[in-house]
Design a protein around this ligand. Structure first.
Ligand code: MIC
Ligand code: SF4
Length: 650
C-alpha cells in the first residue's frame, strides 16, 4: 500500500513502535527549536540531564517572545539562553532577528527532516515539507539530548486543493475556511496533508501560513509536498542543496479527504473569542475598528508585507485606527527597507514594531477598553491581547489593511487592485544575528550565566496507591492554555519563576483559583472537551502541579497539553461516561483507590464523597507513560532510567 508524505517521514525516523493509528511511535528528531518564553525551562531541564552537548543535527534557541525588557528579568533570561546555548552546542538567534518559525523556515528548515519545537506553531515548517511538531519544553530537552519524541500515531487527513485564489483572497482565508469546516478540535489526532492541483499555485510563505494555522485545528501537524516551488524558495535563500522532493504515493490512503476549491473562496474572518468562530468578511462589513495589527508567525513574510505596503502606498491610515506592522524577521525588514516598501508603510501612518511576536502574545499594543482589533494572527482567545474586554478578530493582511484604511471592517475585494507580488529570486541572506555555539573544547569550561529571575524547577511527587483530593475547579469546553496560564507583558517575564506565575493561574476564569488550590493540598480539576488547546507552554502543567493539582479529568484533551500533564506527573483522565461530568460539583472531596493498578489497567475508579457515587475514569497510557506517571513526571523518570540514552539516535 502506498504511503502519505508524513508516513514516509515517520517510517524513515521510526525508533520504536508500529505505525498503526493510535499506537505509540518514537521518532528520531533531526532538529529542535526553542523560543525564550518556553526555552528557559527547556534548557534548565537539559542542564539536569548530565549531557555535554546536544545530539541533534541542528538545534536553535530563538529570542522572540519576551523582547520588551521592562525590567532586568528578560535581559537576564536572554543572557542565560545565549550562554547555555553556546555551551551545549545550540545556535542562538538574537533578539530582533525575528520570530522563530519565520526565521527557521527561511534559514534552517529542510524538507523530509523532523523538527520539534517548544512552541505550538512549529508545524509552520510543514510549508517546506518538514515533519514539524510543537511540544513541551521537556520533550524538546529530551530530543536535544538525543532521545526520541513519542507521539500517538496520527490518522491521515488530506485537503485536496483545486483552482486558484482570486485577488485579495489569501492563504489565511484557506486556513479560516478549514477552521470553519472542522472547528478547533477537528484536527485532533490527525496529520493534515495538503495536496491536489491547487498546491502548485501556492508559494512557500502561503503554504507556511496554512501549516502554521493547522495548530488551531488541534492537528498533530500539517505538511505540504516538497516540489519545484520549495526548490525555488530554498535556492533564493542560497541553500538549494537542502532541497529534496517529497510527494505522497498515488495509492496512499487517507482517513478523510476534504476538498477545497480555491477559486470559490471569499475573504473570511474569525470573530471573538475563538479561531473557529468564522464568517465571511462581507457578512460583518461596516463594523467599526479601533486597532489593526499585522504580523505574527502566521502572516509576517516578505510576501505578506509587500502586499501590505502596496495597499498602503500613497494612502493614510484612518484617523480612528491605530495600525501596527511587525515584519517576521530581519531578512523581511531589510528587504522591505531596500526596495522602498518600508517607506510606503511608514508614510501611511503605521507604527512599525520590532521583528518579534509582540502584540500576538500581549507584549504591548493591547487594544483600548472594549476595542475592536483586527489581527493577522492565529489566536483570539479571551484576554490574550492584554485587554480582557478587547474584541479580537483574525483576518488576512489584505483584510487588515482594508480596515485600517477605511476605519471599518471592509471586504478587501472591494478595494482598488494592487500589482501582483512575486517571490524574489534571491533573498538577502545575513545570518550575523545567529551566533554559532562554542567549539566542544572551549564549551567545557564556559560559564552559564543565570540571573535572579531563574528560580528552582518545581518538584512533582510520585503517586501513592490512594489519593484523596479536592475538586478545586470545574470548567467547560475548549479551555485554552491562555486560560490556564496566561501570558502577556506583565506575566511573561516570569516564565522561569513558577511560584510567582502561580498566582495568575486560571485568573481569566476564576480569580480565587490559585489561593483555593494551594489551601486544598492535593487537588483535581474537571474540564470539558478539548481541554488545554492552544499553546505548548508546559507552564500550564507545571504551575497547576506546583499548586497541588494531581489529576485533571476532562471529556477530552488537546495533544500537547496531555503530554505536558503526564510529563509534569499530573494524571490526565477522561470520563467513561461523559454524563458523569454534570454530576460533579466544585468543592467535593474525591477518593481514588488502587491508583497504581488503575493506571496500568487504563481504568481508575473514583468516589465522589458528596454523592457516594463511583465514577469510572479512563486513561489509556503506554507503558512509558505509566512509568512516567508513577515516577512523578518525565524529569524524575529520565533521571532514574538514564533513558535518553536508551532511545538514542541510530
Ligand atoms: C502562543 O502563541 O501562545 C505561544 C506564546 O507562542 C506559545 C508558547 C508559549 O506559551 O510560550 C505556543 O504557541 O506554544
Ligand atoms: Fe509568537 Fe504569536 Fe506565533 Fe506564538 S503565535 S509564536 S506568540 S507570533
Amino acid at each position: 500500500m502506498g504511503m502519505t508524505i508524513a508516513q514516509k517521514i515517520i517510517a524513515a525516523h521510526l525508533v520504536d513502535g508500529d505505525m498503526t493509528p493510535g499506537s505509540q511511535v518514537a521518532l528520531r528528531i533531526d532538529q529542535t527549536l526553542t523560543q525564550d518564553a518556553t526555552g528557559t525551562m527547556a534548557y534548565l531541564e537539559l542542564e539536569t540531564m548530565g549531557i555535554d552537548r546536544v545530539k541533534t543535527e541542528l538545534s536553535v534557541a530563538y529570542v522572540d517572545h519576551n523582547t520588551l525588557q521592562s525590567g532586568f528579568e528578560n535581559a537576564d533570561d536572554h543572557r542565560y539562553l545565549q550562554t547555555v546555548a553556546a555551551k551545549y552546542g545550540v545556535h542562538f538567534s538574537r533578539p530582533g532577528n525575528g520570530i522563530c518559525h519565520q526565521v527557521h523556515l527561511e534559514r534552517f528548515g529542510k524538507p523530509g527532516k523532523t523538527l520539534i519545537g517548544s512552541d505550538s506553531h512549529t508545524p509552520t515548517g510543514g510549508g517546506i515539507g518538514m515533519l514539524a511538531f510543537g511540544a513541551g519544553g521537556l520533550d524538546v530537552a529530551v530530543a536535544m539530548g538525543g532521545g526520541a519524541y513519542y507521539i500517538s500515531m496520527p490518522k491521515m487527513f488530506k485537503v485536496e486543493l483545486t483552482g486558484k485564489l482570486n485577488p485579495y483572497v489569501t492563504a489565511k482565508d484557506v486556513s479560516l475556511e478549514l477552521l470553519r469546516i472542522l472547528s478547533v478540535k477537528g484536527g485532533v489526532g490527525a496529520i493534515i496533508e495538503w495536496g491536489g492541483e491547487g498546491v502548485k499555485t501556492l508559494s512557500v510563505p502561503e503554504r507556511a501560513t496554512i501549516t502554521n494555522m493547522g495548530t488551531e485545528l488541534g492537528a498533530t501537524t500539517s505538511i505540504f509536498p516538497s516540489d519545484e516551488t520549495t526548490r525555488a524558495f530554498l535556492k533564493a535563500q542560497g541553500r538549494e542543496e537542502d532541497y529534496t522532493p517529497l510527494a505522497s504515493d498515488p495509492d496512499a490512503v487517507y482517513d478523510r479527504i476534504i476538498p477545497i476549491d480555491l477559486s470559490s473562496l471569499k475573504p473570511m474572518i474569525a470573530c471573538p473569542h475563538s479561531p473557529d468562530n468564522v464568517v465571511s468578511v462581507d457578512s460583518i462589513a461596516g463594523t467599526k475598528v479601533d486597532q489593526v495589527c499585522i504580523g505574527s508567525c502566521t502572516n509576517s513574510s516578505l510576501f505578506d508585507m509587500l502586499k501590505v505596503a502596496a495597499m498602503l502606498k500613497g494612502k493614510n491610515v484612518h484617523p480612528s485606527v491605530s495600525l501596527s506592522v511587525s515584519p517576521g524577521s530581519k531578512q523581511v525588514l531589510r528587504m522591505l527597507a531596500d526596495c522602498g516598501a518600508l517607506s510606503d508603510i511608514l508614510a501611511s501612518g503605521a507604527r512599525v514594531l520590532e521583528c518579534a511576536c509582540g502584540p500576538c502574545i500581549g507584549m504591548g499594543f493591547s487594544p483600548n477598553s472594549g476595542g475592536v482589533s483586527l489581527r493577522t494572527f492565529n489566536r483570539n482567545f479571551l484576554g490574550r491581547s492584554g485587554t480582557k474586554d478587547g474584541q479580537v478578530y483574525l483576518v488576512s493582511p489584505e483584510t487588515a489593511v482594508a480596515a485600517a484604511l477605511n476605519g471599518v471592517i471592509t471586504d478587501p475585494t472591494t478595494m482598488p487592485p494592487i500589482p501582483p507580488v512575486t517571490m524574489p529570486e534571491t533573498f538577502t541572506v545575513d545570518d550575523s544575528a545567529v551566533l554559532a555555539p562554542l567549539p566542544p573544547e572551549e564549551a567545557k569550561t564556559a560559564e552559564v550565566l543565570r540571573g535572579p529571575n531563574i528560580k528552582e524547577f518545581p518538584k512533582s511527587k510520585p503517586f501513592a496507591d490512594t489519593l484523596s483530593a479536592k475538586l478545586v475547579l470545574k470548567v467547560g469546553d475548549n479551555i485554552t492554555t491562555d486560560h490556564i496560564m496566561p501570558a502577556g507583558a506583565k506575566i511573561l517575564p516570569y516564565r522561569s519563576n513558577i511560584p510567582f506565575l502561580s498566582q495568575f493561574c486560571f485568573q481569566v476564569c476564576d480569580a480565587e483559583f490559585a489561593e483555593r488550590a494551594k489551601a486544598a493540598g492535593d487537588g483535581v480539576i474537571i474540564g470539558g472537551s478539548n481541554y488545554g488547546q492552544g499553546s505548548s507552554r508546559e507552564h500550564a502543567a507545571l504551575v497547576p502541579m506546583y499548586l497541588g493539582i494531581r489529576c485533571v479529568i476532562a471529556k477530552s484533551f488537546a495533544r500537547i497539553h496531555i503530554a505536558n500533564l503526564i510529563n509534569a506527573g499530573i494524571l490526565p483522565l477522561t470520563f467513561a461516561d461523559p454524563a458523569d461530568y454534570d454530576a460533579l460539583e466544585q468543592g467535593s472531596k474525591l477518593i481514588f483507590k488502587d491508583l497504581k493498578a488503575g493506571i496500568a489497567a487504563g481504568t481508575v475508579v473514583m468516589t465522589d464523597t458528596a454523592t457516594g457515587k463511583e465514577i469510572v475514569l479512563k486513561g489509556e497510557f503506554t507503558r512509558r507513560q505509566q512509568e512516567i506517571l508513577l515516577c512523578g513526571g518525565l524529569l524524575n523518570y529520565t533521571k532514574e532510567n538514564n533513558c535518553w540514552n536508551r532511545s538514542i539516535r541510530h
